[in-house]
Design a binder for this molecule. Structure first.
Ligand SMILES: [Zn+2]
Length: 600
């Protein structure tokens, strides 16, 4: 299928970037000006001694970053339009050099502020003149006991390059050097085994294809097991080095302190998800019956997914459905969101050279958010639109309500608004197509798989990395045998009651790139559960619950993420919301079972 060139696309389906700059020349002028200001900023070194100077320095710093973000947003958006345009590629390169320049000329600021007499930062934080910057200052106070003298910070920063070697090497090994051979497909043709073909093999009707592909994939990794163990061990050792140098109890404590999230949230998640393993088993038993095998194996898990929901909305129709689905959020939400299409916040269709996938960009403060799509007229296209508009409206309301330094919401809450919209859409369509059994099966089946892969699978990953780091802290050597044994035990815990756990799955941990960004995956599970909880609140029709959620959308990063979610109506410092999300999963399993039984 050859796609259109960008010029062939109707202008009303392309985003309007003139809100950022009237022309590329204006971008260039602004670039020079910010570069000059960054250079001049360095003159402030060793001057941060009075409140007035500190305040003025915060203001100048904030304004430089704000304007830098306009420049960077424009470069990203332009580059997404068509990666083959050399001018835009050059813009991206220049943005990264400007970023390094700004980082270098402002690097003195934090250490100098941390060296102020005891109690000074606390005084500033309480001072109304610093109200826009209180989160920034709170962040500094939090890291203060964990920061090092200047020369030691310098050494740690120098070591950063070396510490990135394990993850880079693992990535090269996975994507280039690892040879997995080929698998005969249903027609008997040999097809190379890659990450992309693996997905298709696992969906094959032919069980032999699924089994062969799965074993070959796991065994291919197992053959490099010692190497993968050494590489992953390197990441764990880095975590150990860092937490010991910075006086944290563990790598997890350091990582979660960075997110400003208490460790209890992690432990609650694991404990609550364990309570739901029985329901996961009931779901898997339904799948076993559906595909008609005597025992479900690990290689059967992706076979028998419901076909996609048959719906073919073009962008106007998809947008109308989105607005109907989010109607429970209030008339003004619908009105504000409806601006996105007419005011051209969205770049709708695919064109030659356009970046793949979809994203929302809300970092250009005071300018509307932008949404990149590659819209297809199907359910996935509709669902993606709802997801990205969730991000966009979160940015829209936070940017409107918060001063710039507190507008950009944190990673921990970032996926909540987007996923909540997806769930509102699912619920809305299930009501709208209440008498259409195929639609019901597709929509419920889709949500159940989302649950399995986001809540159960990611929590199992979270548990694995927590155990691996603990083993290292206890002085164990992270051999391939130990890591694989640890992983296999977890798979048995989660899947063992409902599935035959093939021993070769022990190597699966080697395939997961996210383990090289420690303590990240738990956020997928917590935010999905929070979204389920909040979507149910919203659909309860209680105006106070809707108002709480709407207030959350305005909070940006003005409070610690757990506090923001509490205001939204979900308290992740207790296991209760996870348990309630799992109750909802159980309801869905029951509904699915009823549908399957009736269709038999
Ligand atoms: Zn997202």
């Amino acid at each position: 299928m050859d796609s259109k060139t960008r010029d062939d696309i109707d202008v009303k389906y392309k985003w309007d970037l003139t809100r950022l700059y009237a022309s590329d020349e204006d971008w260039e002028k602004e670039y020079q000006s910010i570069s000059e200001r960054a250079k001049a900023f360095r003159d402030r070194e060793d001057t941060l001694t009075s409140k007035e100077v500190v305040l003025d320095t915060f203001r100048e710093f904030t304004d430089i970053i704000l304007r830098f973000n306009y420049l960077a947003s424009y470069a990203t958006l332009r580059q997404s339009e068509d990666a083959s345009v050399a001018r835009y590629r050059a813009m991206e390169d220049r943005i990264s050099s400007l970023a390094s320049q700004i980082a270098a000329s402002t690097a003195f600021m934090v250490p100098e502020l941390l060296a102020l007499p005891e109690g000074t930062l606390e005084t500033y934080m309480a001072d109304p003149d610093f109200a826009d910057h209180d989160r920034t200052i709170r962040g500094m106070i939090r890291i203060k006991p964990h920061s090092l003298p200047k020369t030691e910070e310098y050494l740690v920063a120098m070591a950063g390059d070396v510490f990135s070697v394990p993850s880079q090497t693992a990535e090269l090994l996975r994507s280039l050097d690892l040879k997995l051979g080929s698998v005969r497909n249903e027609k008997g043709e040999r097809v190379p085994l890659t990450d992309a073909s693996f997905v298709l093999f696992l969906e094959s009707e032919d069980r032999r294809v699924r089994r062969t592909a799965f074993r070959r994939m796991m065994n291919g990794y197992a053959a490099m097991g010692n190497t993968f163990a050494a590489l992953y061990g390197g990441v764990v050792k880095e975590g150990r080095f860092s937490h010991m140098v910075r006086h944290y109890d563990s790598a997890r404590a350091e990582s979660m302190d960075g997110d400003d999230v208490p460790e209890l949230v992690y432990d609650n998640l694991i404990a609550a998800v364990h309570e739901g393993i029985g329901t996961l088993g009931a779901y898997l038993e339904l799948r076993r019956k559906k595909i008609g095998v005597p025992h479900l194996h690990m290689y059967d898990l992706y076979y028998g997914n419901e076909k996609g929901f048959e719906i073919h909305p073009d962008i106007e129709e998809a947008f109308a459905l989105f607005l109907e689905a989010v109607a429970p959020l209030g008339e003004d939400y619908v009105r504000d969101a409806s601006r996105a299409l007419t005011e051209r916040w969205i770049d709708v269709y695919e064109n030659k050279g356009k970046r793949s996938g979809a994203y929302s960009l809300g970092s250009a403060y005071g300018v509307t958010p932008y949404v990149m799509l590659n819209h297809k007229n199907n359910y996935d296209g509709l669902s993606t639109l709802c997801h990205e508009m969730g991000h966009a409206m979160h940015s829209f309301y936070s940017n409107a309500a918060q001063p710039y330094p507190k507008a950009d919401y944190s990673i921990f809450v970032a996926e909540v608004a987007s996923t909540t919209n997806e769930i509102l859409l699912n619920e809305y369509l299930r009501k709208k197509y209440r008498d259409d059994r195929a639609a019901q099966r597709a929509l419920i089946g889709n949500l159940l798989e989302h649950f399995r892969t986001t809540v159960f699978r990611q929590t199992m990953f979270a548990e694995f990395e927590h155990q691996a780091h603990q083993l290292a802290d206890n002085g164990e050597s992270l051999t391939a045998e130990l890591l694989s044994e640890t992983y296999l035990e977890l798979v048995k815990t989660y899947y063992g009651k409902a599935c035959t756990v093939d021993a070769c799955v022990a190597s699966e941990w080697m395939r997961i790139p996210h383990f090289y960004t420690p303590f990240y995956v738990y956020k997928y599970a917590t935010s999905f559960c929070a979204s389920i909880f909040l979507a149910r609140n919203i659909l309860s029709g209680d105006p106070e619950k809707v108002a709480s959620y709407r207030r959350f959308l305005t909070l940006g990063d003005s409070l610690p993420p757990i506090e923001e979610l509490r205001i939204a109506g979900v308290d992740l410092s207790t296991p209760e919301p996870i348990a309630q999300a799992l109750d909802y999963f159980a309801e869905l399993v029951y509904e699915y079972q009823t549908l399957l039984n009736e269709d038999e």
